[in-house]
Design a protein around this ligand. Structure first.
Ligand code: DC
Length: 232
C-alpha cells in the first residue's frame, strides 16, 4: 500500500533523547508517536509475569503463545499490557535489562516487526527505537540517528530515574547503559546501527528544543521538496 504521509524513523542508543524528541516532533506535525522500546519493555514484563527467562525462552512455546496474544496499547503517555496500566513499571532499570535481553530473540523481533509495520503502514508516524530505519521501515521517508556522548546520556538517564524516586547511583546507571548499548549493538538480529541514509545528529551539546528545531527543518525541507509526502 502506498503511504500518503511520511514515516519518520529515529534510532539511536540509550539516553540520546529519542523519546522526548520523537514525541515533540509528532505533536508538531500532528503525527502518531510510537515508542518501540516501550513495546519491548512490555514484552519483558509479560514474559517475566509468565515466569520466562530470556536465556531459556528462545524455543519455549509459552513465549510463542504469549507473543501471539499479547495486547500492547498506548494512550497518550500511558501504556497498557493486556488492559492493565504498566506505565509506572516500564522505565525501571530491571525492565530495561529484560527488554534488551528479550529483544535479541528472533520470535520476539518478528512479532514486534509485524505490529510495528502495521502501526506505521499508513504513514503519519514518528517511530523511535534501534532498528526502525534499518529493518522496520528501511523505506522511511526520513531517518535520523541520534547520538550523544556516553557521559551525557548517563547523566540524563540518572536524572530521569532520580526524578522518579529511584535510588540508583550515577555509576550504576553508566555501567548499565554501556552494557545495554553493547548488547543492542552486538546482537545478531537487527542490531543498533545507523542506516546508510540516516541523518546523524549529535545531541551532546544541544537542548531538546534545538534538536527538535534541527529535525523539523530537515523534515520540512523534504516535505517541501516533494520527497516526503504531505504533512497532517
Ligand atoms: O528505547 P528503550 O531503551 O526503551 O528500549 C529498551 C530495549 O528494547 C533496548 O535496550 C533494546 C530493545 N529495543 C530494540 O531491540 N529495538 C527497538 N526498535 C527498540 C528497543
Amino acid at each position: 500500500m502506498k503511504r500518503e504521509r511520511p514515516v519518520i524513523a529515529i534510532d539511536g542508543p540509550v539516553g540520546a533523547g529519542k523519546s522526548t524528541i520523537a514525541r515533540e516532533l509528532a505533536r508538531e506535525f500532528g503525527f502518531v508517536y510510537l515508542n518501540t522500546g516501550a513495546m519491548y519493555r512490555a514484552v519483558g514484563i509479560a514474559a517475566r509475569r509468565a515466569g520466562l527467562k530470556p536465556e531459556e525462552a528462545a524455543n519455549d512455546d509459552r513465549l510463542k503463545e504469549l507473543l501471539a496474544r499479547v495486547r500492547i496499547e498506548f494512550n497518550g503517555e500511558r501504556i497498557t499490557l493486556d488492559g492493565t496500566d504498566i506505565s509506572d513499571q516500564v522505565s525501571a532499570p530491571e525492565v530495561s535489562d529484560l527488554a534488551s535481553k528479550f529483544s535479541a530473540l528472533r520470535i520476539v523481533r518478528e512479532r514486534m516487526r509485524e505490529l510495528q509495520r502495521a502501526a506505521g503502514e499508513k504513514g503519519g508516524v514518528v517511530m523511535e527505537g534501534r532498528d526502525i530505519g534499518t529493518v522496520i521501515f528501511p523505506d522511511a521517508e526520513i531517518k535520523f540517528f541520534l547520538e550523544a556522548d556516553v557521559e551525557v546520556r548517563a547523566e540524563r538517564r540518572f536524572k530521569e530515574l532520580s526524578a522518579k524516586g529511584d535510588s540508583i547511583t550515577h555509576e550504576e546507571v553508566l555501567r548499565q547503559l554501556i552494557e545495554r548499548d553493547r548488547r543492542d549493538r552486538a546482537r545478531e538480529l537487527a542490531p543498533l546501527k545507523r542506516a546508510d541514509d540516516a541523518i546523524v545528529i549529535d545531541s551532546t551539546k544541544l537542548t531538546i528544543a534545538q534538536v527538535v528545531a534541527v529535525m523539523k527543518k530537515h523534515i520540512e525541507q523534504r516535505i517541501n521538496s516533494g520527497k516526503a509526502l504531505k504533512r497532517a
